[in-house]
Write a protein that binds this ligand. Sequence first.
Ligand code: PBG
Length: 357
Amino acid sequence: MVWPLPRRPKGEPAPEHLAPPAAAPAAQKLDLALRLRRNRKADWARRLIRETTLTVDDLIWPVFLCEGENAREPVASMPGVERLSIDEAVRAAAEAAALGIPALALFPFTDPSLRNEQASEALNPDNLVCRACRAIKREVPHIGLVTDVALDPYTSHGHDGILRGEKILNDQTVFVLVEQALNQARAGADIIAPSDMMDGRVGAIRKGLDAENFEDVQILSYAAKYASAFYGPFRDAVGTNATLIGDKRTYQMDPANSNEALREVAQDIEEGADIVMVKPGLPYLDILFRVKERFGMPTFAYQVSGEYAMLMAAADKGFIDGDKAMLESLIALKRAGADAILTYFAPRVAKKLKEIA
Ligand code: PBG
């Protein structure tokens, strides 16, 4: 169940470098007390000194939802990823549970006719995400469900908040986000994950949840979320590339900043976040490392859609080994400090880890 492991198949002869070395002339020997390669000399030795492991327990699988029955709609910019109708999502949840994946994160493709300025569909108790939560909880009760709190799949302009003129209104948005979070909690969401980057939303959501006796519902805060080009394929998947006006730089963070991420995380912890997240993943390992070092909080990383798309595209062209690059990217996130990772590779990784265990 652990990375990376391809072991020597039974019966295959030992590689030549493990054969007894021909004695080297003494004059050609370096006088080294320390030879770090000693600990890497064989697979068993490498396994003993391995500092970080990747297991199925580290994975959260983000799943896109669409309306319909038996529907699986490919997402063009994310090869291998499909939007699933609720019945298919229930099957996917069962598959994930059987593989040992602890949780799913749900993202809806909202019918464009239901998107408006106020994001009112976000508050509909029968919206796609809520129906999916109820259906999955009914059929696969022991898988965790993470729901995204942000208005972008519901707004006609594709922003995460309420827009007036060119401005995203912070406080008005937070009031709606609290209602959105409650709507999801009532439908059975286990973890509420605000990804909107409004100020004060974690505290407001915590208060709202507690007031309705949802004190056991966790908050996974997208605490340090950057305004990133790597979200492009996700926006195809949820249909916001078509709607988004402008960019999200007045609320998502500037990729040039690092100290600011610590302030964002500190604030969310103070407001009651149970888990904090850094997003994107691989291009922001330094942020992940600093956040984990500084706060010692449960810290997740999101290997986002663009990271997935890049690896898939390069593997498809034969430029890299897809399986190896997938596992390496995830162990890198673990090493930098992630306790768990949201990744579109989740089921593939889970299968791969089983295969090489
Ligand atoms: C919505 C949201 C986004 C992602 C997760 N939640 C997109 C965005 O902020 O524009 C991105 C995930 C990914 O790229 O895989 N607020």
